[in-house]
Design a protein around this ligand. Structure first.
Ligand code: PMP
Length: 359
């Protein structure tokens, strides 16, 4: 068996140890004679898996009891609707910051439910910056303020947590668990799993309990956060296997030394890669240095007619999924928690060699 280095933006690399454990437990989970996929979600074995996963996530992020942790379906995209449906309330006003394609999608969806004020945008820099908070025109009557801490496509990450009077809502899909986070600063955090949490099919929502129960009467049962909070995310059948795998990832993170250790490794990985790109004279990244994402590193070649060759040679060298998002072209290396530092070293060595041969 040989495993390649996978730089996919999502579904993304999972820790090899997690996959090995899942494989070992596939046919016979801990001597029970069945796989986790075949268990009732109401069985004591499965409930223990689910509760342990939640507790491990709480430990990793230091989540207080005043927050509910939900494991939902529908991906982060469903949260684009659930957030306004649950939080806009009677005021029907919310503030959004636009830093790229994912915030734009959240904004578009929220507009179906009320008045959305785009209080800041980095469109004028083609989404290569984060608008400084001092420039934001926050509304007096907003029910919440929504932002996207890490734009997966543009590779733009906030270097600060915004200060807001209204509850702060954040789409942490592509940067949750990459470093410690003060959850108490937020009203609600959501994150699709398929980057730093586990396989696709599950979305984590961390919501301050006082924000539950604000959905209007027209909100469907399944789209009301309170339904899931009151039923331990088992109102209906949850995506049991994804939840189990997420739990294995949380255990793996703890074994690595938790988020402080991840922060150190992730910082090193990102600094190495940006450092090489900036000094190469062949590759470039357009994002202002302070807002460069640690997780998603887009870059272009000096000559884009070499893109195809770069990708083919990288693939042949076992460096997979480096193609940039279809909307921006170029390359993108996603270097989430489960992408080891050795993968970044191998990528840089390949990039150097490629630049020497074609520069
Ligand atoms: N927000 C961000 C920041 C994302 O990166 C993604 C997926 N790449 C989404 C939302 C959408 O997630 P999903 O596909 O789980 O709906």
């Amino acid at each position: 068996m040989s495993r390649a280095f996978n730089f996919c933006a999502g579904p993304a690399a999972l820790p090899e140890e997690v996959l090995a454990q899942a494989a070992a437990e596939m046919l016979d989970y801990q001597g029970r004679g069945l796989s986790v996929m075949e268990m009732s979600h109401r069985s004591s074995d499965y409930v223990a898996i689910a509760e342990t996963a939640e507790q491990d996530l709480r430990d990793l992020l230091g989540i207080g009891d005043d927050y509910a942790v939900l494991f939902l379906q529908g991906g982060a995209s469903q949260q684009f609707a659930m957030v306004p449906m649950n939080l806009m309330g009677n005021q029907g006003v919310a503030d959004y910051i636009n830093t790229g394609q994912w915030s734009a999608k959240a904004i578009k969806e929220a507009r179906r439910f009320g008045d959305v004020n785009v209080v800041a945008s980095s469109e004028d820099t083609r989404f290569t910056t984060v608008p400084p908070q001092a420039s934001w025109q926050l509304s007096d009557n907003a029910a919440y303020v929504h932002y996207t801490p890490n734009e997966t496509i543009g590779g733009v990450e906030y270097s600060f947590i915004p200060e807001t009077r209204a509850p702060l809502v954040a789409d942490f899909s592509s940067s949750i668990l990459s470093r410690p986070l003060d959850v108490s600063r937020f009203g609600l955090i959501y994150a699709g799993a398929q980057k730093n949490i586990g396989p696709a099919g599950i979305c984590v929502v961390i919501v301050r309990r006082d924000l539950l129960g604000r959905a209007g009467p027209g909100v469907p049962t399944m789209l009301d956060y309170r339904t899931h909070a009151e039923n331990d995310s088992m109102y209906n059948t949850p995506p049991t296997y994804s939840w189990y795998l997420a739990g294995l990832v949380f255990k793996w993170l703890k074994a690595q030394g938790g988020l402080v250790a991840m922060e150190q490794t992730n910082r090193r990985k990102a600094e190495k890669l940006y450092g090489y790109i900036d000094g190469s004279g062949f590759y470039s990244n357009p994002v202002e240095p302070i807002s460069r994402s640690w997780m998603n590193v887009p870059f272009v070649l000096a000559d884009d007619s070499l893109d195809k060759r770069f990708l083919a040679e990288a693939d042949a060298a076992g460096l997979l999924n480096l193609k940039g998002h279809r909307s921006v072209g170029g390359m993108r290396a996603s270097i989430y928690n489960a992408v080891p530092e050795a993968a970044v070293d191998a990528l840089i060595a390949f990039m150097k060699d490629f630049a020497q041969r074609h520069g």
